[in-house]
Write a protein that binds this ligand. Sequence first.
Ligand code: PLP
Length: 405
Amino acid sequence: MRRVYLDNNATTPVLSEVLDAMRPYFGEHFGNASSIHHHGQETRAAVERARESVAALLGCRASEVVFTSGGTEADNLAVFGVTQPGDHVITSTIEHHAVLNACKHPARDRAKYRDSQGCEVTYVPVDGRGLVDPVDVKRAIRPNTKLITIMFANNETGVLQSVAEIGKVAAEADIYFHTDAVQAAGKIPIDVNNIGCDLLTISGHKLHGPQGVGALYVRKGTELEAMLYGGNHERSRRAGTENVPGIVGLGKAAELAIAGFARGDATKMAVARDRLERELLKIEATGLNGADPNGGDLSGKRAPRVPNTTNIYFDGIEGEALVIALDLKGLAVSTGAACSSGAIEPSHVLMAMGLGRDRAKASIRLSLGKQNTEEDVDFALGLIPETVARLRDLSPVWPKKALSI
Ligand code: PLP
């Protein structure tokens, strides 16, 4: 059976060049990067080359890149690393759970913050398009605000926040600004100095690198307390023997992403995504999540987005049922964040954007990767309209045309 994968925001396939770059570090180059002998020096050099590549992707210095086990750890390190008991944190209602749960985890009261009230958190809302208003962020600032953490690109809708404006707000108030750029990295160019952030998260497996590796950009001078206790790895910011093959893979993925921008890959991807979206929106009672619900005509009312993602509701169907029906025919899409698939609750992101429960549950996300072709889009377009129609026919709540005549 032909299989087409349009769930690249969950994870991307590792590019062959990335795998080729990683392979020697599972075999002949096996040294511990902290060892002082030949084998260690070899892998140390590879780790530092990868650090340079990641720094080039983010527009920062290599010394400002801290390798982690992925986006979740980098998000946690940013939140726990700069806050202290009694600090106030500002985040948004649409963050990934790696940020949301780090902000609210009871351990902040129980362990590190045993004798205190932990940190207070303000969740700024988003509008119908999923956009945070920087004015709301500014308004939420208190004398004890230590950290603003607002994501760059949303994993469910692809909507891009005005991070540079939020960065200005943070800088003016002398507050640390972290942005989770897991879904932006590799899809759009990133420059930490344009954003004005102090901390920025990326994850290998979202940009055609391996799973289980990521990085946190930490601006020079940021006072970051390590979360893991152990050796002095990563300049004492993240203890633990480096995942050399993973780091090499992330470095290669970063290089390939930079080359892809120069080639215009993002524009090509946006063309394919836009065609997919345009055709799907011709189905009756569908709509784009990330457009202004009061805007009538969708054109011009859309929020800025990464080039690979679309999130669409099909009234009268269950998103989960559509995902399963499409999977049976060889098309992989999703209802939103992979880690909450199977959850009965509708997406917190779509609910925060003001969608009703039914519409939020009737939504699916389609996300393209570098491996996808126009033929893959054709394949999806050959399946989705008929599957939506079939599910609607089966639905007891969907008005049947025959009955309404
Ligand atoms: N942040 C965002 C926006 C994500 O989409 C994800 C993964 O889905 C993460 C953080 C977590 O990254 P990782 O899977 O590398 O832990």
